[in-house]
Structures are given as structure tokens and as C-alpha cells.
Design a protein. Structure first.
Lengths: 69, 647
């Protein structure tokens, strides 16, 4: 499944790559892409991955998820 | 409707917050600068030591640790969790510099505390300017988000009531007065008007709308009252799709960006190591602790992954925004890189080069013409093909003959039985296949074909009884578009199911020299594949029948008119049906890609030159910070310059 994230707190290019790295470490996440310009990200993952896990992964890198669709 | 317009414009809050930090930082930093410079430039101190140092420490504290708190916090967290970002570099650089101000009292090291405040102030300034420029880069996209209507006037019983957009349901009747925005996608059920669709399709001329026509949400009704039945709301609307598409494109990675991304992801830790090594190296070789700290701090703050990381996405953002404004939707970022390599442009004929609305122009009949047309229309009525529709439209009878055993022979024609008679209607290929002799009609048919008309031959029990010529006129600017592509050096090719002669006639009219005729719809992809042996191919089609060919080509450009777009099919989607859009899409892709390359070059060049200079100790930390701030601002500003390019 595909989840769309709105992310707060990014302000540089390495922020985006940090979040991508952190998201990809979540088991079940196949692909993660974060766009600094839009403050958005997309995660491709198995259905078993919960929104909470995603939020935690983003928080681990130091940023906040404001919305998951 | 969609939730987009409830959101704050994306960049605003960020800009405001940087601006606040920026003003406060400078209020405290300017006095520091005066104190420091007076000492350096004029050789006397306004304040005696150690009061001057104490004052600088006091003034610098809020700049670094209060106005710069978000940066310090984020940076330290990055250092602790190993998710390094550029804040980590700034935080480390400023804190080390600030610390020297305290250590300076012991006399073991020179005082860099003033430098820490200046670094933070310039960093904040750079971030503010960068945020402004990034906001400008996404302005077109934000305008799209703001396009959607907020309210709609709905007919309930006989009453018109105004309700918020998210309460509008499919099937509601909307009343749209002159000058008003059409709230959502729908179909006109009453009224006549012209509608300005330029904001979503890029079509500059107003489009006439009468009963039965589709209208697009967010377009402006100009002169009459329209009663519109809502057919799509919320996330399903055309506008919502466009926005999703543009955002999706922004998320796709362009191959050329990969190296930059790889570097960005290891950039900060690499710099941390480099700065440490630099510091140790300087201590080892010079033994000057103060100097070594200064150089180390310069290395920390000069390095910035931002220019590298922003080079591609900002240019792509500006490019796709410029496209969206003109009805050119770049779906896959990769397409703009591939476009540069494209040598051959293949056009589908019907609906792409031509209007796709064929009309009957000539009828040659061996039986009374009316009888021929009734027979033809009775069969064609059962087909969905545009040519079939043209024949039915021409005939206009009330009662059709009963047809049994009807079959569509894809790409060739139709057959069916009227009573006991087997009727076959189709092209030359079909007649050859069934071994039906064209007999007396051969000459007329040939002449129709010479004129670029598609000819449907009617046979009754394997005997030809007539021929119906159908012509599909060229779109107004097809010829101009092809001329521009030819003169730009592209090989243009037309592909069609028509026979050779008809196809060549159309190609001649429009200025295309290469024709691939007699191609069944399902074989188009194969033909594209064959052409790919000669070079990269862009395929232009309507996206409905052509999906496989669009996919097979290196760059697939799907075109539609208004809401009838097969969005999923193309790498680039044209909202407007004009072939000039193809020329613009090609120009835009090339210009955007050139800008990306330029940006990446500068970003690499900056780091390759600046970092060694900092290591060599040539740059003062404050100068290093200014250079760093300028590097990312330059990249984003350069991306914005793409707008000056004429597309």
C-alpha cells in the first residue's frame, strides 16, 4: 500500500534523506521518498505497517508527521 | 472539496519564522560586529578587555542559543542520534566558537565568540532568503491549490442555496452565474455560455458550452447562466488530479539527481570527519590551537548539502509549475531527462493530428443513395467508432433496419446480417481479406484516398454496393507544430490505421514525410519498438487507444481535451488538445533539464572549491558562512530564472 505523509520541520536537503533513511529501516517499508519542496513524503509498504510506526520513524530522525493519508 | 485550500500556503509560516529570527539576530549581532571590527580595523577598543569579551559573550548568547535554538536543538539531536543534518554542522560550529569566548579568559585560546553570533546571523539570513526563493519556485503549484471553489450555489427544489464545497454531492444541480467560478466538474443541463478554461488547460480562447457539454471545476463562466449537474467532486475532479499529478512528479527522482542524493546522504558525517581531521592536522603542523579551531569551524560551516540537494527539485518545481500553467503536466520527472535524447516523434493520426471528429464528405452509391446510407447506418449504429458515428450522423433516419450477427472487426470495419443479406462495411484491407472486388468503384475510392479521406466500402453479399468517404479535418495548429518540430531537426512520423494513400494525403497536408499506414491499434506499440532501433522515440497519442504505444515509447505524451484525458497513460500529459503543446512540452523539458544540470554543476563546483580553501585556512569562518548561505540561495534563485525562458 501507499501512504502519503505531510511532514513538518524539514529545512534542508539532508533532512529529507535522513527521513528516507529512517523510514526505510521500518520493516515492511519497501520504498520511501520525501520531498523537501512540498514537505511531503510517500511510503510504499506492506499492509502490516501501521501509521504509528511511520510516525515514530519520522520522529526518530527528528521531524513530525502532521498527516497520513 | 479537497482539503488543499484549507491549508496555509506552504512556505508562509516558515518565511515568517525565519524573518523574526533574522531581525533579532542582527539586532544583537551588529553591536558585536562593531566591537570586533573596531579592534581589528582601527587598532583601538571601544571597551577595555575583558569587558569587551564579556559584552560579546552576553550579546552572542541570545543569538546562538535563543534565536538559533531550533538549529542548535535539531543539530545536537542529529549529532546524538546519528541522523546528521546541516544543523549539526552549524550547531557544532557555533557552539565551539562560543566556547572559545569562555576559554579565552584562561588565555589558552583566542576569542571566537563574536564569530559564533555572526555565523548564526548569516545562517539565518541565508535560510530566510532561501525560503523566500523556494516559495517563489512553488508559486504556480500553490496557485493551482488555491483555484478550487469554496462555495457552490445548489438548486434544491426551486430554491438556490449556497453551500460549502465539501457538502456538494454528485448529481447536485449547480447554478453558475456569469463571472462566477464553476464549482466542480459537471455536465451542462441547461443554459449556454462561454467558459474560460485557461487556468487548467492553458487554452487561451474561451470555450463555448451548451447542454450536454462537460465543464471543468475552477474554470470561469463568462457570459450566460449555466445549470450544471455535478459529476465529480472532491478528490475525483480534474483539478484535484492535476494537483496530484504535479506533486507526484515532484516526488519522482530524476536519474541525474542520484549522485547528488548519494552525496547529500553522506555529506554531513563526511564533513564532521573532515573538520576533525583538519583541526588535528592544523594542531599537529602549526601547534596554534586558536588558529586550528578557527579553521575547523570554517570547514564545518562552509560545507552545505543544501545546494546539492536543492539543485534538482527546485528546478523541477519551477519547470512543472510553468508547465501546469500552460496545460502541460509532467508526470514523471525522468521524462525531462529522456526528452533530450529523443530523435523521433511519432504521432497518432486520429484525435492527435486531426480533430478526431470525422464527417461524411462523399458518398458513391450503386444503389439509391438513401438505401445505402440506411443499410450502413443500421450496422454502424452498433459501433462506437468515430467513423461509425459520422455515418450515423449523416444518415438521420428514424427507423433502422434490424441487424443480426453483428461483429466489430477491429481496425478494419464491421459486419452483420440484415435479413438474409450479409453486409460488410470496412476498409480496403477488409475487402481484400474477404476477396471482394471493388469493381466500378475502384477509381472513386482511389480518388477519395488521394484527398486524404478514409473510405468505408459497403458490400452486400460480397458485392460492392457503395463507398462512403469520411474526412477528419486537421486541428488548427497541427501544421505549425509539425513545421517547428521538423525545423528543430526531429524526424516526425505519423502512424495510423488508414490505408497508405489516405494516410499519405493527410501527412502531406500537415507536413510529415514518414507515414506508417495500415496499422492495427494493437500493433502501434510494436511499430514504436521498431522505430526505437533508430533512436529514442516520443509518442503522441490520445491515451485511450494508444496506451501500450505511449508506454513503449521513451517519452509518452498523452493529449486530451478538457476532462477527457487518460492521465495514467503518459509521462507527460497535455490538458489542451493542441499540438503546439507538444512543442512547448519538449522545449520546457529541455530548458528544465538544462537548468538542473547547470544547478548541479554550480553546487558541485562550490563544494569542490570552497571546502579545500577552508581546509587550507584561507577563509575566515564568517566568510565561509556567507559563502555557504550564498551557495544555496544561488541555486534556488537560478532555478527561478527558468521562468525567463520562452516556452
Amino acid at each position: 500500500m501507499k501512504k502519503k505523509l505531510s511532514i513538518e520541520g524539514m529545512h534542508c536537503a539532508s533532512c529529507a534523506t535522513n527521513i528516507e533513511k529512517s523510514l526505510k529501516k521500518v520493516s515492511g517499508v519497501k520504498e520511501a521518498s520525501v520531498v523537501l519542496m512540498l514537505k511531503k513524503g510517500t511510503v510504499e509498504c506492506e499492509d502490516s505497517v501501521t501509521d504509528d510506526e511511520i510516525k515514530k520513524a519520522v520522529a526518530r530522525a527528528g521531524y513530525k508527521v502532521t498527516k497520513i493519508e | 472539496m479537497n482539503e488543499h485550500h484549507h491549508e496555509e500556503p506552504v512556505e508562509d509560516s516558515e518565511i515568517v519564522s525565519w524573518k523574526k529570527k533574522l531581525i533579532w539576530s542582527w539586532i544583537f549581532t551588529i553591536p558585536i560586529a562593531v566591537l570586533m571590527l573596531s579592534e581589528r580595523l582601527f587598532g583601538f577598543s571601544i571597551l577595555e578587555m575583558p569587558y569587551s569579551s564579556i559584552l560579546i559573550l552576553a550579546l552572542g548568547f541570545p543569538v546562538v542559543f535563543i534565536f538559533g535554538w531550533d538549529t542548535i536543538k535539531g543539530g545536537v539531536r542529529g549529532l546524538v542520534t546519528f541522523y546528521f543534518n546541516m544543523d549539526s554542522l552549524i550547531a557544532l560550529g557555533t557552539m565551539v566558537a562560543y566556547l572559545t569566548g569562555i576559554l579565552a579568559f584562561t588565555g589558552i585560546v583566542a576569542d571566537y565568540s563574536g564569530v559564533s553570533a555572526m555565523i548564526m546571523a548569516f545562517f539565518t539570513t541565508g535560510k530566510y532568503v532561501e525560503a523566500l526563493a523556494r516559495g517563489r519556485a512553488s508559486q504556480e503549484i500553490r496557485k493551482l491549490l488555491e483555484l478550487s471553489a469554496k462555495n457552490a450555489r445548489v438548486l434544491r427544489g426551486n430554491k438556490e442555496i449556497e453551500i460549502p464545497m465539501d457538502e456538494v454531492k454528485v448529481g447536485d444541480i449547480l447554478v453558475v452565474k456569469p463571472g462566477e467560478k464553476i464549482p466542480t466538474d459537471g455536465v451542462v443541463i441547461k443554459g449556454e455560455s462561454s467558459v474560460d478554461e485557461s487556468m487548467v488547460t492553458g487554452e487561451s480562447l474561451p470555450v463555448d458550452k451548451i447542454k450536454g457539454n462537460n465543464v471543468i471545476g475552477a474554470t470561469i463562466n463568462q457570459d450566460g447562466i449555466l445549470y450544471v449537474k455535478a459529476t465529480k467532486v472532491g478528490k475525483d475532479t480534474f483539478l484535484a488530479h492535476i494537483i496530484e499529478l504535479v506533486e507526484e512528479a515532484q516526488g519522482t527522482k530524476i536519474p541525474i539527481q542520484k549522485l547528488a542524493d548519494k552525496i547529500t546522504s553522506i555529506f554531513v558525517p563526511a564533513i564532521l570527519i573532515l573538520a576533525t581531521l583538519t583541526f588535528l592536522g592544523w594542531i599537529f603542523f602549526s601547534g596554534d590551537l586558536s588558529r586550528s579551531i578557527g579553521v575547523g569551524v570554517a570547514v564545518l560551516v562552509i560545507a552545505c548539502p543544501c545546494a546539492l540537494g536543492l539543485a534538482t527539485p527546485t528546478a523541477l518545481m519551477v519547470g512543472s509549475g510553468m508547465g501546469a500553467k500552460r496545460g502541460i503536466l509532467i508526470r514523471k520527472g525522468e521524462a525531462i531527462q529522456t526528452m533530450k535524447e529523443v530523435k523521433i516523434i511519432v504521432f497518432d493520426k486520429t484525435g492527435t493530428i486531426t480533430k478526431g471528429k470525422p464527417e461524411v464528405t462523399d458518398v458513391k452509391s450503386l444503389i439509391p443513395e438513401k438505401d445505402l446510407m440506411v443499410i450502413a447506418a443500421s450496422l454502424e449504429k452498433l459501433s462506437e467508432h468515430p467513423i461509425a458515428k459520422a455515418i450515423v450522423n449523416k444518415t438521420s433516419v428514424k427507423t433502422y433496419k434490424k441487424v443480426s450477427a453483428f461483429k466489430v472487426l477491429r481496425g478494419r470495419g464491421v459486419e452483420g446480417k440484415i435479413g438474409k443479406d450479409l453486409i460488410i462495411i470496412g476498409n480496403r484491407t477488409l475487402m481484400n481479406e474477404r476477396k471482394i472486388n471493388l469493381g466500378k468503384l475502384e477509381n472513386s475510392i482511389e480518388q477519395f484516398e488521394e484527398e486524404g479521406k478514409t473510405t468505408m466500402i459497403v458490400a452486400n453479399n460480397k458485392k460492392v454496393i457503395g463507398a462512403i468517404a469520411v474526412a477528419d479535418s486537421l486541428k488548427d495548429d497541427s501544421r505549425e507544430a509539425i513545421r517547428r518540430l521538423n525545423s528543430a531537426g526531429y524526424k516526425t512520423v505519423m502512424i495510423t490505421g488508414d490505408n497508405e494513400r489516405t494516410a499519405k494525403a493527410i501527412a502531406r497536408q500537415v507536413g510529415i514525410s514518414d507515414v506508417i499506414a495500415n496499422v492495427l491499434p494493437e500493433d502501434k506499440a510494436k511499430k514504436v519498438e521498431e522505430l526505437q532501433r533508430q533512436g529514442m522515440v516520443a509518442f503522441i497519442g490520445d491515451g485511450i487507444n494508444d496506451a501500450p504505444a505511449l508506454k513503449q515509447s521513451n517519452v509518452g505524451i498523452a493529449m486530451g481535451t478538457g476532462t477527457d484525458i487518460a492521465i495514467e497513460a503518459g509521462d507527460i500529459v497535455l490538458a489542451r488538445g493542441s499540438l503546439i503543446g507538444v512543442v512547448q512540452a519538449i522545449n520546457l523539458s529541455k530548458a528544465t533539464f538544462a537548468k538542473i544540470k547547470q544547478n548541479l554543476f554550480w553546487a558541485f563546483a562550490y563544494n569542490v572549491i570552497a571546502i579545500p580553501l577552508a581546509i587550507a585556512g584561507v577563509l575566515h569562518p564568517v566568510v565561509a558562512e556567507i559563502a555557504m548561505a550564498l551557495s544555496s540561495v544561488t541555486v534556488v534563485t537560478n532555478a527561478n530564472l527558468l521562468r525567463n525562458k520562452k516556452i
